[in-house]
Design a protein around this ligand. Sequence first.
Ligand code: FES
Ligand SMILES: [Fe+2]
Length: 430
Amino acid sequence: MTNESASVSAAWPRADFARVPYEVFTSDQIYARENERIFRGPVWNYLCHEIELPRPGDYVTNWVGEAHVIAARDRDGSIHAFENSCAHRGARLVSAVRGTLEQFTCPYHLWSYSLAGELTGVTFLRGVAGKGGMPGDFDKKDHGLTRLRVARYGGLVFGSYSEDAPPIADYLGAHACEQIQRLLVQRKPQVLGYLRQRIPGNWKLYNENVRDPYHGSLLHQFQVSFGLQQPTMRGGIKLDADLKNTWNHSIVTEQDRASQKVVADAYAGTGKFNPDLQMADPALTRVPLDLGDNIKTTILSLFPTLVVAQVDNTYAIRHLRPKGPGLVELHITYLGFESDTPEQTHDKLLTVNFIGPAGYISLEDGEALRLVQEGIKHRQPGGHEVLEMGGVGPIQDTDYLSQEISIRGFWSFYHRVMQLPPIATGGGAP
Ligand code: FES
Ligand SMILES: [Fe+2]
């Protein structure tokens, strides 16, 4: 074992991942390894939703770790993904976030590519006036763009650099597939709008944030004040077989109102809970759930950088773009449905105000990430998080929300896919 491996190993003292070394959020070496082992490894990375590519030639750009990638619709309806970097001398091919093109032409020396990323044209291939040009054995077939495998599920489009990424439904897991059907397939979605947020924190802190449903009833003043998310709510978490993906959900019941006393006791001394507070205009909180199943929140957290979420009546795809150990961009695609009435669309636009950088119930999330990133900056090596809420030892589904077990699930898969040295002792194995 090298010195580096030994210290990385020592930093993970528990096999149940109830301790996570802070270095994973700050180290440049770890960030570089993530780009190699995770984003270019056996995972499926979110690229776009099919509805963003309705016609042949439509494309969107996205990031897979540090790699800038184009997803494009071909004439036969298939979707291809390739790097936004010319096979000649590497120039970026397109600068727009999205657009429609017959083919991709590099601005530098005008090499052109098909919608599948094949090299189709080289200007001056045979030289000019009989002089110069490429060697006779230059074969365009050998110089296509760097392609990714593509998989689609329920309208979501994913790309992978690795032949070892499993079939997409297996990768997502049964709970995620079921929820994607519920949220994105049974009604045809349409894009209501986009939003980007820059957060000065590590991308994995966001993964932790969305896997921890109980912070909602503690951090988010709006949710606490107006009883939108309470620790007494019914719900729980369910994991996939790899423990990397979490479905967490909360359910509205008649019990919620009756639980006010339990809630008041739980918040005793925190100064956060004030049941007498009233909103001047409560329209936002009165939008009825439109799926008719009383599920109030559904957060699908999908390794490594995708979240599909329903928060009340706000439907959104959230995607993370890591930009170094201490910075991440959150890209949000807000969704409505083609079957929505004008009133329902109005309501959805109203409840968009819940989620986003200034969202009533999410504005504190970016700040929480910043505070952690700031707080751990000067910690001594060996410092680590404590993840014991909800129990330690086995990583398993729960029928309660006050838990960090699904965060431990994320880390167990992370540890495996990063190929970090095995953890020798301590803590229950997951
Ligand atoms: S770098 Fe693209 S054509 Fe030269
Ligand atoms: Fe939150």
